[in-house]
Design a protein. Structure first.
Length: 138
């Protein structure tokens, strides 16, 4: 939850306030805010680098507030690239939770594998709520 707008700032502040001392808010889902390679926000000309810097500033500010509360970003892309063993562990944990029925991902569309290009177009256009699943024998 990048905290760049006034309402997002409020959400981040409320999340932090809900923590006990020493607690941690984990932010994730940055890609869900993307549209056509840019942040899907009310302001024109915003860019992922700027949005990331604003989130970084919010995280840094929390280090200096009382209560030792923190915010940390979780990036699956970062894990795949720099900590593949952590990525593998997280992925196995998620798959196990899925198998047990403890998590239920929201599936927006199921498309045949041949429609992968359309799936990318849909993601680029934004507004997809949930996951797009490509079916190999669709």
């Amino acid at each position: 939850m990048p905290c760049s707008t006034a309402s997002a700032e409020t959400i981040c502040r409320r999340s932090r306030d809900a923590l006990r001392d020493g607690g941690r808010v984990v932010t994730y889902g940055f890609q869900a805010k993307m549209r056509e390679g840019r942040i899907a926000s009310g302001s024109e000309g915003r860019h992922p680098i700027r949005e990331s810097a604003e989130l970084g500033w919010y995280i840094l500010r929390n280090w200096f507030k009382p209560g030792r509360k923190s915010m940390v970003p979780y990036s699956i892309q970062w894990l795949m690239r720099f900590k593949p063993e952590w990525f593998r562990d997280d992925l196995l944990t998620l798959l196990d939770l899925l198998k047990q029925g403890k998590i239920k991902p929201l599936i927006a569309h199921r498309l045949p594998l041949e429609a992968a290009r359309r799936a990318h177009e849909m993601l680029g256009e934004g507004g997809v709520l949930g996951k797009i699943v490509l079916l190999p024998n669709g």
